[in-house]
Every structure is written in C-alpha cells, then in structure tokens.
Ligand binder design. Structure first.
Ligand code: PLP
Length: 452
C-alpha cells in the first residue's frame, strides 16, 4: 500500500467527516490553507502536545493551530486565565476601555523596544491591514511593497505574489492570489525579492516617491531567515527613503525570540504586526510601533473622518484573549521556560537530522527559535553549492516527493504537522512527546528509504 492508500484505510471517519462537511462548507474547511489532499484529518480532542482524530488515532501536534499554541493544548495557565477573567471582570467583553489593555501594552513594550503605542485587533490579518493603512496615511504615498512568498493574511493589498519563487536575479512577477481581487491592488503593490538587496534597492529607489510601506515576514513563512546584512540594509534604505518598515511578526513574534525576529536581528521596524501566540490560544492581533504613526488612529486627532485612520472592532482587546495571552507570556518568562523551549527545539532538530542521515536521506532543519521546517536538500546542495537555497530545494521534485511521502508516514506513526508545513514546538512537548516523535521519524525514514 502507498502512504496515501494507508491514509484512506486508517482515517475513514475523517474522510466521512470531510465528505459531509464539504456538502455545506466550501472545500470542507474554514480557510483555504487548512485543506490538503486527499482530505484533511478531522480532530476530536486535544491535550498538551497531543491531538486525537475522529478515528481515535493520537498524534504529537507540530501544527499547534498554525503556531499559536506555544504552551500546547489546554495548558493549566491558560485555563486558569479564562477562569480569572470571569472572576475578575465578570464578562468576556467590555467592548470599551478597561485596565488590562494597559497591562498588556506595557508587557508588549517591555519585550519589543521598537513599540511605543499599541492597538489590538482580533487576528493577524486585521493587524497587517491596519498597519498598512497607518503606514499609507503616514507617508501619503500610493503604493506598498511586499516580498514574493510572504503571507500577511487574506486582505486585498497583500494577496499578491504570496507563493515563494526561486530568486533568479530579476524582479519577481506580480500575481493575484485570489479571484475577486480588484486590479487596483496588484497595480498598487510592488513585489520585491527576499534576501536580494540589490534588486530591492533598485525597485525602492525607482519608486521612492510612491512606495509608502515596505512589509515583510522577517523570516519567510516563519522559518527562512533573512540574511543579517539584508535586514540591516533594508532598514537603512527604507529610513533614508522615508518609507515605513513593517515587520509582520504574526508568526515569528514570541517564537523566534520572546522579542520576535526583531530581537534576533537587532533591527527595529517602524511598525510591527503581532498575533497568534499573543492571544494565548484565543483570537488576537496587535499593531505596535512608532507613536507618531499610531497617533494617526486617535479619534481626537480630527473631527473630519478622512483626517484620521479608521480602526475599530467589537472584540478588540477582549479580556479572554488579553489575559490568556498575558499569562502565557508571563509563563514563558518564568524560570527558564522559554530557554527550555528553544533547547527542546534545538535538540529535536539535531536528532531529526542525525536519524535522517543514518538512513542516507539527510534532511536539513531550517528555522530559528521554536519554528523549523524539514527540507531535503539536493546532492548539489550537500556537495559544493555556494549557498543552500531553501526555496529552490523545496521546489525540487526530490523534496516534493520525499517530503510528501514523509508527512503521510509521520501521520501514520502519530506525528502531525500538515503536509509540507513547518513545525512549531510548544512547552507541552515533553520528553514523552519528543521520544514518540523520534521513534515515528525513525520508522518513517526506514519506510521512506524503501520507496526510493
Ligand atoms: C506572517 C503572517 N501574517 C498574518 C497572518 C494572518 O493571521 P490570522 O490568521 O490570525 O489572520 C498569518 C497567519 O498565518 C501569518 O503567518
């Protein structure tokens, strides 16, 4: 049986659940990126690092709700925070100001020195949307620039060229990534090549009076690092040209370092979008940064609507998301917990690389902090390529084939990430979960070896 036919065999309840779902839910999923062929697993429950699917199989979870659950599923600290919300506030939403908002802003400011003022949203998408609007207002320029392969949530300006491309020394193509996207947004979004400062700088200088905001994931897809010189130069050039530099740290915030990728690189953006981990497992987003830019959203600025950046949201800064997030961050900061998470990730990466090498199919783990991905490099990468191009390796037929099989084997042996997806680690990934992962990986590698 192939890996996929075993999947059909083992997960009949998931299949039935998905078949029923797709009768009334487009594609049977609540978001396009949640789908994978032949159908996604359907889950019944979760605890700590573990997921249980509707067929009764258990998996160590490395998707962790797309990286959001840095303490794992149902952590006592988070459960307690939710109870504390009821006991302290008596409500799940004031909809209007209350003191916890300030406490959370102070916590963010203490970890992200580039952040002076903060507005909360309910998702990462809303955070990048607001940040871009602020940057456009601040610079009064008509274009934004984003990077090929970088994802910032599903709103118009950034649904352009979100698929990674192998850098070939030319400006990346602009592609609309959705039906229903007015041409305006493709026309008003410049696309830059990640880690290629020469071309970036050329495009930025050519359009210097028009580009207002440069937005990027400091690590593409959360795991492909920017080169240090690239980051520094991008900061310098955007400052020189009067552009707002926006770091989308929705994925990388609290995960690369507690202070995000900006702490790791030592580079300070003008604006930062946060999300995921910040909500401790509940919906959240935030825009933080330079107070002069954020001040454009103050309703006291003017009584004329077009002289103020509009932003609102019924559940913005609601107590459950903020307290769960605050307690999560506090717990990460306690007694070596965060350092422990980084160490667990580092050890896991080393062990995965060692096991794969022992089967003659070496994988490279690519990432920083508590996120990484598994990439099968080409022979050339291993022997003599000038530098390892992660995107080129990921697009190679070899990686697609091996990784595709590996992910289904890992699911068969009880490890879940979502095919081709990156791995996020949580504090719930204890010795038992890690050992289970390594055993599953060993069995998967052994089976994979037989297929090549
Ligand atoms: C870098 C980045 N920006 C923005 C978003 C959108 O966040 P949300 O899904 O909370 O809207 C994501 C989500 O995966 C993301 O990874």
């Amino acid at each position: 049986m192939t890996e996929v036919s075993k999947y059909f065999h083992n997960t009949s309840e998931s299949r039935a659940a998905w078949e029923g779902a797709q009768e009334i839910i487009p594609g049977g999923v609540q978001g396009n990126i949640k789908y994978y062929d032949p159908y996604p697993l359907s889950f019944a429950s979760a605890a700590g690092a573990w997921l249980k699917d509707v067929d009764g199989h258990h998996y160590v979870d490395y998707l962790l709700s797309f990286g959001a659950l840095i303490l794992g599923h149902g952590h006592p600290v988070v459960k307690k925070a939710v109870t504390e919300v009821w006991n302290t506030f008596g409500t799940s939403s004031f909809g209007v100001p209350y003191p916890l908002e300030l406490t959370m802003v102070e916590k963010i400011k203490s970890l992200y020195p580039s952040i002076e003022h903060v507005r909360f949203t309910n998702s990462g998408l809303e955070a990048t949307l607001l940040a871009i609007r602020l940057g456009m207002a601040y610079t009064a320029r008509p274009l934004i620039a984003k990077f090929a392969g970088h994802y910032h949530g599903g709103h118009e300006h950034v649904l352009v060229s979100t698929h990674s491309v192998v850098s070939d020394g030319t400006p990346p193509r602009k592609t609309a990534e959705s039906m229903g996207l007015p041409d305006y947004y493709v026309q008003h979004t410049e696309v830059l090549p990640f880690n290629d400062m020469e071309i970036c700088e050329r495009i930025l200088r050519e359009k210097q009076d028009q580009i207002g905001v440069v937005v990027l994931e400091p690590l593409q897809s959360g795991y492909i690092p920017a080169r240090q010189e690239f980051m520094q130069r991008l900061r310098d050039v955007t400052k020189e040209l009067g552009m707002v530099l926006l770091f989308d740290e929705v994925k990388t915030g609290f995960r690369i370092r507690l202070g995000g990728a900006q702490e790791f690189y030592g580079v300070q953006p003008d604006l930062t979008a946060l999300g995921k981990v910040l909500g401790g497992g509940f919906p959240v987003g935030a825009v933080g940064g330079n107070k002069d830019i954020l001040a454009l959203a103050s309703p006291r600025k003017s009584k004329v609507a077009r002289e103020v950046v509009f932003h609102s949201g019924t559940f913005n800064g609601n107590p459950i998301s903020l307290l769960a997030g605050l307690r999560t961050i506090e717990f990460l900061q306690e007694g070596g917990n965060y350092e422990g998470l980084l160490k667990t990730t580092e050890d896991l990466r080393c062990n995965l690389e060692d096991i794969s090498s022992s089967y003659g199919l070496p994988v490279r783990t690519v990432g920083v902090g508590s996120i990484f991905n598994l990439v099968f490099p080409s022979e050339q990468d291993e022997h003599g390529a000038e530098r390892f191009d992660v995107v080129a390796a990921e697009k190679s037929a070899r990686h697609r084939e091996l990784r595709g099989k590996l992910d289904f084997l890992l699911m068969e042996y009880g490890v879940f990430s979502k095919p081709y997806n990156r791995f996020s680690i949580s504090l719930a990934h204890d010795a038992k979960a890690i050992q289970h992962t390594l055993d599953a990986f060993e069995k998967s590698m052994s089976a994979l070896k037989k297929t090549v």
